[in-house]
Write a protein that binds this ligand. Structure first.
Ligand code: ZN
Length: 260
């Protein structure tokens, strides 16, 4: 049994890989309080877990039951979780951003329903073979987990990775998958969400142009659109998100996983 990463932070994606066991018996297991959802891949079985940002540091117990040569195997391990070191900063937003109108609130509600439907895909084995790649090669301007304070109170947390870019720069699919959302949203602007199987989605916000449609299959490195500043943002950039089991995780942690 292999666990990645070796040491995790809250908000990380964790990949558990089991090899050399029976391909007809789906392994069952838990990591801390989370049930593992194993899917087959050519080398065995894999499960992905998104650690909540609230996870406290310490050891998480990992236990997996699998079958090999008609014998039940009990596999045990631990995962060390270290403090995340999320940054905290005071938000400076203009007045129009602090109090959306009724029309904007209704728009947001419809967006939420569209997101819920997109993130409700049927269970699927992974739709990709290669490891994940950057959606563009540029600097990270705001990492995952930044705490945004407003008037001294926690206003929100940044559940994506912001990548530098100008309007018109290209954005690419970080892996093979299926487009499950292509929508003009109030907050996230022109938004694309890709389902990759294994419970994993990636999201691309604030685009100025779409190059893909919902329902379309995409390949790693395929252009999905152009960078923009649509939605509730002050300047052009690509907000890149990753979601596992209903929780946003640090997309950079997904980049670090070896799925081979
Ligand atoms: Zn962002």
């Amino acid at each position: 049994m292999q666990v990645q990463p070796g040491t995790a932070r809250p908000g990380d994606a964790v990949l558990i890989t089991v090899r050399g066991v029976d391909s007809a018996h789906e392994p069952q297991g838990r990591l801390g309080g989370f049930e593992l959802d194993f899917h087959p891949f050519p080398g065995g079985w894999q499960a992905l877990v998104g650690l909540p940002v609230e996870t406290t540091d310490g050891s998480l117990e990992l236990s997996v039951r699998a079958v090999a040569e008609a014998q039940e195997l009990d596999l045990q391990g631990t995962l060390e979780v270290i403090p995340p070191g999320f940054r905290s900063s005071e938000l400076k937003v203009s007045k129009k951003f602090t109090s959306p109108s009724k029309k904007q609130r209704d728009w947001s509600r419809r967006d939420q329903a569209a997101f819920d439907a997109a993130f409700g895909q049927e269970r699927s084995a992974r739709l990709f073979t290669a490891n994940f790649g950057w959606p563009r090669n540029d600097d990270v301007t705001a990492p995952f987990g930044d705490l945004r304070m407003f008037n001294g109170k926690k206003k929100s947390q940044h559940f994506g990775v912001d990548l530098n870019g100008d309007t018109g720069d290209e954005a690419f699919a970080s892996n093979d998958g299926k487009v499950v959302l292509q929508r003009e949203c109030f907050g996230s602007g022109n938004t694309v969400v890709i389902f990759h199987g294994l419970g994993l989605y990636t999201a691309y916000f604030h685009l100025s142009r779409f190059d893909v449609k919902a329902g379309q299959k995409v390949k790693k490195g395929q252009r999905i659109g152009l960078i923009g500043k649509t939605g509730r943002v002050t300047g052009p950039h690509l907000h890149w998100g990753a979601k596992i089991g209903g929780r946003w995780v640090d997309a950079l942690s997904v980049l670090g996983l070896d799925f081979q």
